[in-house]
Design a protein around this ligand. Structure first.
Ligand code: NAD
Length: 499
């Protein structure tokens, strides 16, 4: 890997999006945006001040007054237009993702497609917001429930899915009648501005969707703003905990999704080739920078040696390179610092494949790596590495394997590979994680279920998108109504009873 290449004299400036317009930052504080495949800086993003965050919130607050009145039919129609535009332009969006995040084009297109599923789910909004009605709950009295938007809501998102994770938030939030302020990752911020322009083109009124870039200053301004009713966060566990505590201390509803360390158990009866294909795909796809990546392989009994051999055969065939090259299967990591941190895990354990060898010689690349004999207590076993490093731990029994899953402080995803339906069903019962795969290594739920982990992988009560997303972005109201003949009216100080 060579040193970072000098930035060009004129850098692309990435601006905020407030009230339907591009707004240049005024703080003077900025962050670099790189093309991780070359190591070259491609742009810079202005970090918002407290006042700039407030301007976005005020734009959203003003827009809420009329946006919440827009009929469900018109909102659904708009979502169909958004769906069409994102679908038509997904290749364009994928290129933006690849050039700032580094993931290969096919993976970037997959990201947009999975995000589109959430937009498609929101096209069914009129059905999703249908409520309950009890006629004649008491004599002459009807009772019904309605769900209403919260007001201005905010999303704070990580670098690894710069398009899809914001879609998990803004699509249901806006569909439900809220207005939205997004604080995307400062490492790959262009997708959010591209989204803002697309939403405007689709016909979304100005102020309904806003973007402010930045760091802790912008995040704290969001968490402390009195006019923000709810915050969705996705990112690492320490920041998720911080955001949850601060948001709720300030009276906000909050869902904060954190990091992960996902175990994939392989039982002795599993098909070795299928398990090896799955492990390689799930560990090294997107260079391991997925919260649902498999990072620990738990090999039960005699399966370990043949499984490791099968994985070692596959690793040299993974084509590592610039994500814009259609033949590349795995791209670089997000920054030089992150690449160095991930590589440092290769200094411990029994390293079978060292990704520091055979790397492209520019950019932030680290090739697929494999470490055997990891055990609880070792750094590479405990930490969320978030890179293309797959660890293997060997255990004798299913019970030991499940104990490892359940003793993890994280509980995002986990998977089991077996041909035994009874054991798989037992695993689904036993596993302390929010998303379980049976012969599926990355069990990201479809859009009409909800996504979320347990333990240190989620702070809050509601998972994200799907039915729980609709619940999160709305609040319930129950109406009790009667239309009596005024002639029957009288004073009655007793507590109302049903009759
Ligand atoms: P991160 O926690 O560093 O950043 C997430 C967001 O928080 C960014 O917008 C960032 O600007 C902001 N932030 C960073 N430091 C902050 C601070 N000190 N105070 C306030 N705000 C701060 O996460 P990342 O590195 O961008 O993303 C990778 C992490 O996200 C991994 O841990 C991964 O597992 C997790 N992730 C989780 C899920 C999930 O669904 N559970 C999905 C994707 C990513």
């Amino acid at each position: 890997m060579t040193e970072t290449i000098e930035a060009p004299a004129t850098l692309r400036q990435i601006n905020h999006w407030i009230g339907g317009h591009s707004v240049a930052g005024t703080s003077g504080r900025k962050g670099p945006v790189y093309n991780p495949a070359t190591g070259r800086q491609s742009g810079e993003v202005g970090f918002a001040t407290v006042e700039e965050v407030d301007a976005a919130v005020q734009a959203a607050k003003a827009a809420f007054v009329t946006w919440r009145e827009v009929s469900l039919a018109k909102r659904a129609e708009l979502f169909f237009r958004i769906r069409e535009l994102v679908h038509e332009r997904r290749d364009e969006m994928a290129r933006i993702l690849t050039s700032e995040h580094g993931k290969v084009l096919s993976d970037a297109t997959g990201e947009v497609t999975r995000g589109l599923e959430v937009i498609e789910f929101c096209c069914g909004l009129p059905t999703l917001l249908k409520s309950e009605f009890s006629e004649q709950a008491s004599t002459g009295i009807d009772v019904y429930s309605i769900r209403q938007p919260l007001g201005v809501v905010a999303g704070i998102t990580p670098f690894n899915f710069p398009a899809m994770v914001p879609m998990w938030m803004w699509a249901p939030a806006i569909a439900c009648g809220n207005t939205f302020v997004l604080k995307p990752s400062e490492k790959d911020p262009s997708a959010s501005v591209w989204t803002a322009e697309l939403l405007k083109e689709a016909g979304l009124p100005d102020g309904v969707f806003n973007v402010v870039h930045g760091d802790k200053v912008a995040v704290d301004a969001v968490l402390e703003h009195p006019d923000i009713a709810a915050v969705s966060f996705v990112g690492s566990t320490p920041i998720a905990r911080y955001v949850y505590e601060k948001a709720t201390a300030n009276g906000k509803r909050c869902q904060a999704l954190g990091g992960a360390k996902n175990h994939m158990i392989v039982l002795p009866d599993a098909d070795i080739d299928m398990a090896a294909d799955a492990a390689v795909s799930a560990a090294y796809g997107s260079a391991g920078e997925r919260c649902m990546a498999v990072s620990m392989l738990v090999a039960v009994g005699a399966v370990a040696d043949p499984l490791i051999e099968a994985i070692k055969e596959r690793i040299p065939k993974v084509k590592v390179g610039d994500g814009l090259d259609p033949s590349s299967e795995m791209g670089p990591l997000i920054t030089r610092e992150h690449r160095e941190k991930v590589a440092s895990y290769l200094d411990e354990g029994k390293v079978l494949v060292d990704g520091r060898e055979n790397c492209p010689d520019q950019g932030f690349f680290l090739a697929p790596s494999l470490i055997d004999d990891l055990k609880p207590g070792m750094r590479a076993y405990e930490d969320e590495i978030f890179g293309p490093v797959l660890g293997v731990t060997r255990v004798a029994t299913y019970d030991e394997a499940v104990r490892l899953v359940n003793e993890s402080p994280y509980g995002n995803g986990t998977a089991i590979f077996t041909r035994d339906g009874g054991v798989a069903r037992q695993f689904q019962f036993d596993a302390q994680a929010g998303m379980v795969g049976i012969n599926v290594p990355i069990p990201v739920p479809v859009a009409y279920y909800s996504f979320g982990g347990w333990k240190g992988s989620l702070f809050g009560d509601r998972h994200i998108y799907g039915p729980e997303g609709i619940d999160f972005y709305t609040r319930g109201k129950v109406v009790t109504s009667r239309w009596p003949d005024p002639a029957t009216s009288k004073v009655d100080l007793g507590f109302p009873q049903t009759r």
